[in-house]
Design a protein around this ligand. Structure first.
Ligand code: ATP
Ligand code: AMO
Length: 434
């Protein structure tokens, strides 16, 4: 049972050596004098070939009695074989059944019988056994690793901020209230306030990769109620510094995945193109003009948020990653700094993929008096943000940062139709289990 190799690590050059592989019964084919067991592990398929003259009757009989998706351990001799997956087959000398699978299966993990996304999510453990789904999460793990490596290499320290909080940050309507002993508390929508406080703490450059919670009421293909946010905050930095780090992070993640996930990209049929930096900077005003040309967005006005339709119209016109800059101050969060020469626009940016928004960020208002004024203008009570505002009173450096949705990044990278495909166990309006 002690595994010696994953399926992918065995090569035809190992002809004659003995290996042990562990995995699931993908398929059994019996041709009388010759039987095949196709075993599947995380990395791929192994053909176990049983010519009845060479393999013990006990092993052949055990295999014939196996149900699909049972878990087995097979020890055998490697034989180079051009027609088999990865160019080799195993002639078994020992076979151990570790767990028998019930029948019928809730899903067909070979994908031969396609299932609706909802059915797949209901039996996610089984869904994950299909090579396409495994590939998505293999890429996700590598994408996150790349981002962590890159941000660390740029001098950012990883932090962990609380997820149980007392206040909203991204507009009051999308909060999940929870009961916290005698008080009301909320699940955090964003590490925003905490990553800014780290600038007052002198940590200089920080990042966090963690969950955010938003009570989005509606079902869309790009919203989750629990998402993963990649947050960055940089001291002594401008909006332009933050944008540069963001575009370089995206390009690095793409390049890393392209290099390290070749087999998975092939399974997913994705021809990954590393986006070229710097990304185009498009003025909000020009984005509105482009959107207006789409008949479905004809009534969009300067000062409106970009609707999903408008995002699509502009995305189609640009055709690659781009930033929207020079946003009207009154439609951005209170912590955004207005431009000195024209305070009606601000130092906020959105990073867009042609399909959707991937990230928002800004140079922050770091002057205490101005920040309090901005909060009051937005109808927020400075008293409830005292813990945050105090950090601006005793030496707060100028700073800038961004939040990037990990699932949206993966969704657009792999061209997934629905954001739920980019999460192991998505949370939406109706889904709380598994
Ligand atoms: P923000 O960046 O303002 O926090 P977001 O990233 O959640 O918002 P976007 O993806 O930028 O939202 O949303 C673009 C547009 O999608 C919104 O302007 C709105 O028209 C629409 N939209 C946003 N949230 C929802 C929702 N929960 N259900 C349906 N449509 C939504
Ligand atoms: P914003 O609210 O735009 O900005 O969120 C940043 C990014 O997080 C992702 N995201 C989501 N992904 C899936 N489902 C959701 N419900 C969801 N909500 C957000 C998106 C989005 O672009 N504090 C600021 C960031 C900053 O200024 O540093 C913020 O939270 O990809």
């Amino acid at each position: 049972m002690q595994r010696t190799h994953y399926s992918r690590d065995i090569t035809p050059a190992m002809n004659g050596s003995t290996v042990t592989v562990n995995g699931w019964v993908h398929e059994i084919r019996d041709f009388g004098g010759l039987a095949f067991l196709i075993l599947r592990d995380r990395e791929g398929l192994v053909q176990v070939t049983m010519p009845k003259k060479k393999v013990s009757k006990e092993i052949v009989d055990t295999v014939k009695g196996l149900s699909r998706e049972s878990v087995v351990s097979v020890t055998g001799d490697v034989k180079a074989m051009e027609k088999a997956p990865n160019g080799y087959e195993l002639i078994p000398t020992a076979l151990e059944v570790l767990s028998r699978a019930d029948a019928p299966l809730p899903l067909d993990p070979t994908g031969k019988v396609p299932a609706e996304l909802d059915t797949r999510l209901d039996s996610r453990f089984m869904d994950l056994r299909s090579p396409e789904v495994t590939a998505v999460f293999y890429v996700r793990a590598n994408m996150i690793k790349a981002i962590r490596d890159y941000l660390s290499s740029q001098g950012c320290l990883e932090i962990a901020s609380p997820k149980i909080v007392a206040t909203a940050t991204e507009g009051g309507t999308e909060l999940f209230p929870i009961s916290y002993f005698e008080r009301e508390a909320f699940l955090n929508q964003s590490p925003q306030l905490y990553k800014q406080m780290m600038m007052a703490g002198g940590m200089d450059r920080v990042y966090e990769i963690g969950p955010i919670f938003r009570a989005e009421e509606h079902a869309t293909r790009k919203h989750l109620n629990e998402a993963t946010s990649i947050d960055v905050e940089l001291s002594f930095a401008t909006d332009e510094d933050a944008m540069r780090l963001l575009e370089n992070t995206i390009a690095y993640a793409y390049a890393y995945v392209k290099e390290h996930c070749q087999a998975q990209l092939k399974v997913l049929n994705v021809d990954l193109q590393v986006p070229k930096t710097p990304f185009r900077r498009l003025c909000y005003r020009d984005a509105i003009e482009i959107a207006k040309k789409d008949p479905e967005c004809a009534d969009i006005e300067y000062g409106d948020d970009l609707s999903t339709q408008a995002e699509h119209a502009v995305g189609q016109a640009i055709g690659e990653h781009y930033f929207i800059v020079n946003w009207p101050t009154n439609i951005r969060a209170f912590y955004t700094q207005p431009c000195e020469n024209d305070p009606s626009i601000c130092k906020a940016f959105d990073l867009m993929h042609p399909r959707m928004e991937l990230s928002s960020g800004a140079q922050r208002e770091y002057r205490y008096a101005e920040l309090v004024k901005k909060m009051e203008e937005k109808g927020l009570s400075p008293e409830s943000f005292k813990f945050y505002l105090d950090s601006f009173r005793y030496g707060m450096p100028p700073h800038a940062g961004w939040g990037l949705g990990a699932e949206r990044l993966l969704q657009t990278m792999l061209n997934l139709n629905n954001i739920r495909e980019a999460v192991l166990f998505p949370r939406d309006r109706v889904r709380l289990t598994p």
